[in-house]
Design a protein around this ligand. Sequence first.
Ligand code: ADP
Ligand code: MG
Length: 284
Amino acid sequence: MFDISLTFSRGDFTLQAALQLRAGGLHVLFGPSGSGKTTLLRLLAGLENKAVGHIHAPDGRNWLKMPSRLRPVGLMFQQHALFPHLSVRHNIAFGLRGKTENERVAMLLEAISLSHRAHCRPGSLSGGECQRVALARALAPAPQLLLLDEPFSSLDEQAARELQQLLKTLQQQDGFTVLMVTHNKSEAYRLADSVWLLEAGKVSGGGEPDHMLMGQRLSGRFQAEAEVCHVESDGLMARLEVRMEKRRFSLLVDESWRLQHGIEAGSRVLLTAKASDFSVFPVS
Ligand code: ADP
Ligand code: MG
């Protein structure tokens, strides 16, 4: 468990955050713009000083007393901020802070499926590929805690899904803990083990995604029963084809979640969606 309790002031902004993150889990930080999400990540990484409190890591060490460069933390922002003049390989190796570990870099290049672009500069890559390199760079020193600040928001749906899957695979392999800022509720619902709400510098709640995202906080909730007609799985994610009335459509779900709930072709499922953004049309 990461046990975090921090108080920090800058001008008239005060952050007061207490949260507990299960080690090895993926945790989401949710909150309006200006609520202090980025500040909290920067405090955890040691990029802001002068906080009081503690950051107790699972091994009992208090990271707050450690300088930034000694904290086993990886950080990745919305904008990848790769070094344009360095190759993909050297961008990843940069995360190793001078140590040249060719094997680690090669393993990460393989994991992000960019071994064949190792010597290219970031300028020749797509946005999704750049984010993959940024993720590999953040993971290069094998951090215990990976901090992600809206990592998928600059990507299209397809590239975002691919990066999410990659993140899950790497997390399963390496067992690091993730704290991720996102504004996307369905992304949070799909990926998170716990969700924490930050409002005006204060953690106003935290808990299971179901409770935090599907509760009364949504302005409306749409529900309908449907039948699963087909399941396709790649071992990590499963695509469910469901039938509702005469319509069929596809949904992506976590494969481990699907297996845990025994959902297969023929299963009845309850579909729910946040309904804060309805459009209404007359039936012709
Ligand atoms: P969020 O990431 O949730 O949008 P931030 O952590 O960026 O929020 O900002 C929290 C508060 O700190 C806001 O009031 C913001 O205006 C202020 N702030 C952010 N960065 C700085 C900075 N570098 N200097 C001074 N104030 C800042
Ligand atoms: Mg921010």
